[in-house]
Design a protein around this ligand. Sequence first.
Ligand code: FES
Length: 179
Amino acid sequence: MQLLEGEKEQILDCVKEVLIESSKKSEDLIPILQKVQAKLGYLPALAMEKIAEGTGVSGADVYGLATFYNQFRLNPPGDHQVKVCLGTACYMVGGDITLESFERRMEIREGETSPDRRYSLERVACVGCCTMAPVVVVDNEVEGKVTPTRVDGIMLALEGESGKAKESRDAEKEEGEQK
Ligand code: FES
């Protein structure tokens, strides 16, 4: 995933700060990864590289640990986060087809973030609303009975919101440049 403008500096500062506060021992690797993720929202490759350098643990071991625990995310959260439930009740009524529909519409695979960072897509276990299966959580709102047709509707709504958000970001940028 390509870093945004200024993100490299932000990552380097964050890792530096977290390492200063930690013992830099390999036993502290998990809390270090947790703190960096809490600050950045995810664990970029550059952060893992710098954590490896700072703790003396190999880069492969840091990456291995980060991928072993599902509490860690290696991709940045999108502006819109879609989580598709693949718990038993949802899976039985086509949760996997719902997930595929989102993958097609977003042009990414589950676990990824779109290159423009508008969308991120994840699979989750039961979210406790089985009577509404198949269930999807869109930006923390639970949506029930999400068939492929509803996926189209959800994506159209998100595309509209993303468009508005982009327009307002562009307008702010333009205003800033004029000052
Ligand atoms: S299995 Fe999807 S909400 Fe329970």
